[in-house]
Design a protein around this ligand. Structure first.
Ligand SMILES: [Fe+2]
Ligand SMILES: [Fe+2]
Length: 179
């Protein structure tokens, strides 16, 4: 039936638009932001924050690595976007360092302090990405490029997920915080 074809075409167009790397990144940010509100709140039960952190760490890494490899690499090769791409890299490096330190932290109060700082850092980073970096990237790229980058982003992310998360965030360590 012709009606069905039109409908099918429409939904294909829609899912292709969703595979734009900008949309994929915004989708990834959503669950991270939710967990950040728990991680920032030092009044919360420590077990609730530990659970949130165990969820947060692999989500962060499987988002950040493809973002660096696909988005930031593109930006660093573009005159207009180069500095912002580097800024993203630098902030990711800081988050990585903190993440590793948190994994090795036994002292409960130090763990809590480091987790809070990481959450604030990532929150600020995501806010800037959404309000400045992504709009600037959109202005300086073509829809077809963003779709191709979306495919790459998904491929890299799937690969990382298949490897069980990340190098930095060892699953077993995350399940049982050390303090
Ligand atoms: Fe991001
Ligand atoms: Fe980022």
């Amino acid at each position: 039936m012709p009606g069905n074809n039109v409908q099918q075409q429409r939904s294909e167009t829609k899912s292709m638009a969703n595979a734009d790397i900008v949309n994929l990144i915004l989708e990834d940010h959503r669950p991270l932001k939710k967990l950040i509100t728990i991680l920032k709140n030092t009044d919360k039960d420590s077990s609730e924050r530990e659970e949130a952190f165990a969820e947060f760490a692999p989500l962060l890494v499987t988002h950040a690595k493809p973002e660096e490899q696909v988005l930031y690499t593109y930006m660093k090769n573009n005159e207009e976007l180069r500095e912002e791409g580097f800024e993203g890299d630098v902030e990711h490096q800081l988050a990585d360092q903190l993440l590793e330190e948190i994994m090795r932290t036994d002292d409960e109060d130090l763990w809590s302090a480091r987790v809070k700082v990481l959450a604030e850092l990532v929150e600020h980073h995501i806010e800037e990405e959404e309000s400045e970096l992504l709009p600037d990237f959109k202005k300086n790229s073509e829809p077809a490029e963003r779709l191709a980058m979306g495919q790459q982003f998904l491929m890299l992310k799937t690969k990382l997920l298949e490897q069980g998360g990340t190098d930095a965030a060892h699953e077993s360590d995350l399940d049982k915080p050390k303090h």
